[in-house]
Design a protein. Structure first.
Length: 237
C-alpha cells in the first residue's frame, strides 16, 4: 500500500502541493470515487487512479532512449544549464528521473534516462562488461598503431590505465570505439594519449541496444522490455 500523493507524484510530474489542490477541486478519483484526502492509502498495482479524467498507468520504473543533442547537460537539474531531463516531453516527465551515465555536453547520441537506480548501476559498473560504442571523428588521419594501443590498454596522461578497448577504423579520420568503463571524458582522453583530438563524438550503442535511427536529435521514446534486457547482452560485434 502507498499514499495516494506519493503514488501520483512519482508516476507524474504533479507535485504534492498540486495533488492537494486537485483533491480539493474533486479532480482525483480512485476506482471511480472522488478522493478528498491525498494521504489515502492505495494499492498501486490494482487501484485505478485518475487525475483530471486521465488514468495513471502504473509503472514501477520507466526507461527512455534519447538521442542526445549537443549543448544539453547530462544531469537531472542544473541551475544554469538546460538538462536532458528538462527537454523530456511533458508526458514522459515524472519524479526521480536521471541519465544513466553521462555524455559530455558536446557529445551526441544514445542516452538512457530512467528512475531505476539499480539498472543504472548495473549498466555502468565496469565489472558487468556492458560495452558502450562510440563513433569518434578525429582531427587528423588515424595511423595503424592506434588500434593496437586501444586494444592493449591506453595509459592516460595522468597515469590512469584503461581497460582493453575495441577499436575499428571506419574511415581515414573516424573510428568505432567500444569501452566498458566510464571515466570522465574517457574516449577523448584515450585519443589525446595517442596525440589525436576528438572533434565529434556520438554514442551509437550500449550493450546490444542500438540508437534508434528514427529518433532525431532531442527525440525520446520509451524502451521496450526486450530493449532493457539488450543493454545487458554482452556480446561484442
Ligand atoms: N567519452 C568522452 O570523452 N565523452 C563522452 O561524452 C563519453 C565518453
Amino acid at each position: 500500500m502507498e499514499r495516494l500523493d506519493k503514488f501520483i507524484s512519482t508516476q507524474t510530474s504533479y507535485s504534492r502541493k498540486d495533488i492537494k489542490r486537485l483533491c480539493k477541486s474533486c479532480d482525483i478519483t480512485v476506482n471511480g470515487n472522488i478522493v478528498k484526502n491525498s494521504d489515502l492509502k492505495i494499492d498501486p498495482e490494482n487501484d485505478v487512479v485518475c487525475v483530471c479524467g486521465e488514468t495513471i498507468c502504473y509503472k514501477q520504473f520507466v526507461y527512455y532512449m534519447m538521442n542526445k543533442p549537443k549543448g544539453v547537460l547530462s544531469a537531472s537539474n542544473d541551475r544554469n544549464a538546460t538538462t536532458v531531463v528538462d527537454i523530456l516531453p511533458d508526458e514522459f516527465k515524472r519524479k526521480n528521473l536521471f541519465p544513466a551515465g553521462r555524455l559530455d555536453k558536446d557529445t551526441t547520441g544514445l542516452l538512457i534516462i530512467t528512475d531505476d537506480g539499480d539498472f543504472a548501476h548495473r549498466m555502468l559498473s565496469p565489472n558487468k562488461k556492458v560495452y558502450k560504442h562510440y563513433v569518434a571523428t578525429l582531427d587528423k588521419e588515424l595511423d595503424d598503431t592506434v588500434k593496437e594501443r586501444f586494444e592493449s590498454g591506453i595509459v592516460l596522461a595522468d597515469g590512469t590505465v584503461c581497460q582493453k578497448a575495441y577499436f575499428d577504423k571506419l574511415s581515414a579520420n573516424t573510428a568505432l570505439v567500444k569501452i566498458c568503463e566510464g571515466k570522465f571524458h574517457q574516449v577523448k582522453k584515450m585519443f589525446l594519449a595517442c596525440s589525436y583530438t576528438v572533434v565529434e563524438l556520438e554514442r551509437v550503442q550500449i550493450g546490444a541496444l542500438k540508437l534508434d535511427s528514427n529518433l532525431a536529435q532531442s527525440e525520446v521514446r520509451e524502451l521496450t522490455k526486450i530493449e532493457t534486457l539488450q543493454v545487458f547482452d554482452g556480446k561484442i560485434d
